[in-house]
Design a protein around this ligand. Structure first.
Ligand code: NAD
Length: 496
């Protein structure tokens, strides 16, 4: 079934939404009995009251996770066994693709087609990838002489807290769950308070697949309560975090204040998308620039939010980008034809709109958008926005807006382009368009970013690591390198 053949509004009428936390293999209310409202950003209306977990629930979940880890049913299972179970888990996610896509779209205002073809499919693929990988990785035998054998092996850390954001709720969760579970850890997943629905739902699918109770717990709740309690807990061995740089810094403090738990941080970005004078295919570059900032309504960590364009092609490129912006209309996320959905919350919409005012006050020129859209829906929609005449030190050039707002900076030549691109606290990703192989290689080496795209943007697969330089964080998601976040090396010396 393809998403365009489904009547999603009709389907949503019969959708059953699980609202409770998942601890020790069962759905449970928060111990306090507290709940919080989950809002549909496309209508502004509540869709469910979700268990609001706090430190007491964290305590229960950590105990369950620790018990499961020490019990060994999962942590000491043969990799081949974990592989089979994770493969079933992946299959179950795919079998529930319609339900999960609908939950994701209702919860964060994401176009249903993107949720169905993108988020849910890629989440299942992530779990599958780590399932397939885990019985194919080896330890090492160190050179230590004839009377000694030294094995260097990876060991799971123990109890891992995965704290994730709302922009790709299930995908970001699975980037953590895949490698953490495959290596034998127990996991406590805390979804963002804006987007708990798919995380809650997949917990029972994990049990159905055969993941033992306590190995995957899901705690919906607020950052300042559930998130902080996980960060400060003395029996949590690692936090795998994706979210803002400000909260990433808090997790480093929590670790220092508690048990120096391992912290992996996938944080924010302000990615430069460079178009050099020798780029011949300005149509392709403009398409890429527009997609790079307007996909997922700009709520993307690696969004190409800074266009850095050579002055010789600036007008021609911006004309094309503005045309794309004008043609991209926000629409009902449950309509399969919609390509631009809602902003996740009233609060986030206000933040993004305030940056539009900031840009104008700073003297940037508004070329497109800058307004709310579809206000009659009650939802939080915004038109794609383009600013020109941006200078490198303006706030709209430096701060992560996390919305569909492009800031275009004009430069002269490759050296200035690289200098401006690197003049940022962030270093998650960067793109460069050029037809000159030397420029492509030079820029790729000089750009301070964890990912560089040449003549493309936002490409990726599980085969290559993803993560940032500078204040975009450290540690890598995706690929075999992600195992580093969830394991430690142990050296075993055997005399003989
Ligand atoms: P956020 O930092 O506000 O929240 C992320 C998570 O941290 C949520 O689960 C939240 O509940 C929790 N949290 C919030 N305050 C906390 C506190 N005081 N203590 C403990 N936990 C707390 O981020 P967000 O608004 O949900 O997501 C947007 C951010 O995520 C952007 O900065 C974006 O760039 C970043 N992001 C990064 C990547 C990446 O791979 N680098 C991917 C997606 C999103």
């Amino acid at each position: 079934m393809t998403p365009d053949l489904i009547n999603w509004h009709e389907r949503s009428q019969s959708l059953r939404i699980e609202t409770r936390a998942y601890i020790d293999g069962a759905y449970v209310d928060a111990l306090s009995g507290q709940t919080f409202e989950c809002i549909n950003p496309a209508t502004g209306l509540p869709i469910a009251s979700i268990a609001s977990c706090d430190a007491a629930d964290v305590e229960r979940a950590v105990k369950s996770a620790r018990r499961a880890f020490e019990g060994g049913d999962w942590s000491r299972a043969a990799p081949l066994e974990r592989k089979k179970v994770l493969q079933r888990f992946s299959t179950l996610i795919l079998e529930h693709r319609e339900e999960l896509a609908l939950l994701e779209s209702l919860n964060v205002g994401k176009p249903i087609t993107n949720a169905f073809n993108g988020d849910i499919a890629s989440s299942a693929a992530t779990i599958q990838w780590y399932a397939e990988a885990i019985d194919k990785v080896y330890g090492e035998v160190a050179q230590s002489g004839h009377d000694m054998t030294t094995m260097v092996i990876r060991e799971a850390l123990g109890v891992v807290a995965a704290v994730v954001p709302w922009n790709y709720p299930l995908s970001m969760a699975c980037w953590k769950l895949g490698p953490a579970l495959a290596t034998g850890n127990s996991v406590i997943l805390k979804p963002a308070e804006q987007s708990p629905l798919t995380a809650i739902r997949i917990a029972s699918l994990a049990t159905e697949a055969g993941i033992p109770k306590g190995v995957l717990n899901v705690l919906p709740g607020f950052g300042e309560t559930a998130g902080k309690a996980l960060g400060l807990h003395m029996d949590v061995d690692a936090v795998a975090f994706t979210g803002s740089t400000a909260v990433g810094k808090l997790f480093m403090q929590y670790a220092g204040q508690s048990n120096i738990k391992r912290v992996g941080l996938e944080c924010g970005g302000k990615s430069p998308h460079i178009v050099l004078a020798d780029c011949q295919d300005l149509d392709a570059a403009a398409r890429s620039v527009a997609a790079g900032i307007f996909s997922n309504a700009g709520q993307v960590c690696n969004a190409g939010s800074r266009l850095i364009v050579d002055k010789s092609v600036s007008k021609a490129l911006l004309d094309r980008v503005v045309e794309h912006a004008a043609n991209l209309k926000p629409g009902d996320p449950l309509d399969p034809a919609t390509r631009l959905g809602a902003i996740v919350s009233q609060r986030q919409l206000s933040t993004v709109m305030s940056y539009v005012q900031t840009g104008q006050a700073e003297g940037a020129r508004l070329l497109a958008g800058g307004e709310r859209a579809l206000q009659e829906s009650g939802g939080y929609f915004m038109s794609p926005t383009v600013f020109a005449d941006v200078s490198r030190d303006m706030r709209i050039a430096q701060e992560e807006i996390f919305g569909p707002v492009l800031s275009a900076i004009t430069v002269s030549g490759i050296d200035e382009a690289i200098e401006v691109a690197n003049a940022s606290n962030y270093g998650l990703a960067a793109g460069v368009w050029t037809d000159n192989v030397k420029s492509a290689l030079h820029a790729s080496r000089m750009l301070r970013a964890g990912v560089v795209w040449v003549n493309c943007f936002d490409r990726g697969s599980m085969a290559a690591p993803f993560g940032g330089f500078k204040q975009s964080g450290f540690g890598r998601d995706k690929s075999l390198h992600a195992f580093d976040k969830y394991t430690d090396w142990k050296s075993i010396w055997m005399a003989h």
